[in-house]
Design a protein around this ligand. Sequence first.
Ligand code: ATP
Ligand code: MG
Ligand code: MG
Ligand code: MG
Length: 477
Amino acid sequence: MQTAEIRQRWLDFFAARGHTVVPSASLVSDDPTLLFTVAGMVPFIPYLSGVVPPPYPRATSVQKCIRTLDIEEVGKTTRHGTFFQMNGNFSFGDYFKEQAIEYAWELLTTSEADGGLGFAEKDLWVTVYEDDDEAIGFWKKTAGLPDERIQRRGKEDNYWSTGQPGPAGPCSEIYFDRGPAYGIEGGPVADEDRYIEIWNLVFMQYLRGEGTSKTEFEILGELPNKNIDTGMGLERVAFLKQGVENLYEIDQVRPVLDRAAELAGVTYGVNQDNDVRLRVVADHVRSALMLMADGVQASNEGRGYILRRLLRRSVRAMRLLGVDAATFPELFTASRDAMKAAYPDVESEYARISQIAYGEEETFLKTLASGTTILDTAVAETKKSGAKALAGDTAFLLHDTFGFPIDLTLEMAEEAGLSVDRAAFDKLMLDQRTRAKADAKAKKSILADLSIYTDLRAKGETVFTGYTDLETETSIL
Ligand code: ATP
Ligand code: MG
Ligand code: MG
Ligand code: MG
């Protein structure tokens, strides 16, 4: 099943069950406390929090998301993209836990011939919050799941809240078992590489009070209006349904991977390091394409910096694959062609997008070239002095002034038979970060400068004040 097909089945299923189909919002969220839209529920926050009366009792969407938090996972796990699409169904004070579980089970296990996703019941596992016996009861009733395929988990994994006083509640997640070839027995609690998380059902039913951490807080009582917020990873379902090994091999991503392999003259599936690089390129090029389509410009701060980082990491991965020349004209057109059916603006906006992308690549290739000259000189001097390690301040200068990533310095130094004084480099990085933090504090962080939510709070209403995820999203800067 192609990704487009899964997406359409999702929307048709929920539309047929009274959900209003809402188009994806931009990756650039309206919420100034958020760098990017990180989940399907983000555009619905005002309704979920009860601040704005919902225009419909039920909604469904396929939301574009960016999670920079997952950047280090990309290419190494089978299931994390920096860009991905989250299918969601939402109830605003309408149906609740039992119905949400029934819908999920029905869509997953109805055969493909009958319009469902056709997963075999025996391959599905669920987790629930440790004392949510109600959810366990519904899973048994609806799905007939045996006890051993319903696993209890603590707050860390299965309890949702914003990290602030406001709506909160347990969640239940659905996993697909890829089988013994992919890891150990024992359900998602034992192995999340073998058991792939596909869908998270959040039951917003309580009002949480103040607390000291994500897991330590008071529950003040039940919410008058209980909400459902769910998120299913479209790419995850696609990779499982397409019989490929990971989400970088699905129809919307694979063409970029293949193009990169061709340009580098390598065969995918032969060398692990190269495979990770190819997957990183395929992911990052797509994410950058989608960000630029939503109007993000490359820059040295905020959203633009994330875009720049994705672009540079792609250039760097191609370089490590042995390609020194520009590749973006080939890679971005491949990604555009794979994405344009779902998002026509990647084609209509391509002139603007390509100008940014190709320009960034050219500049970074020049940076790499000049950094390489500095590095070569430093290597020669280090060797002459008889030292075995390149000085930390050289690595720092390369990073700070030439935008030279440390792993590139490490690798190139190694090729020249040297190590790098990593401790000294880390110390300089830490000092710089401490200075930057002090600066940011002085300027007031984006998060401190709260949006609409703070104003509402001042009026004494219960509202979201931000997301734990988001705080971390911002702090990676
Ligand atoms: P994981 O534990 O695998 O990192 P998560 O628990 O962080 O996923 P949720 O916040 O529950 O994910 O998001 C809902 C769904 O969105 C997940 O069940 C998954 O199918 C999908 N998803 C989350 N993060 C990603 C990602 N980086 N790439 C692709 N799909 C994702
Ligand atoms: Mg995650
Ligand atoms: Mg998870
Ligand atoms: Mg989850």
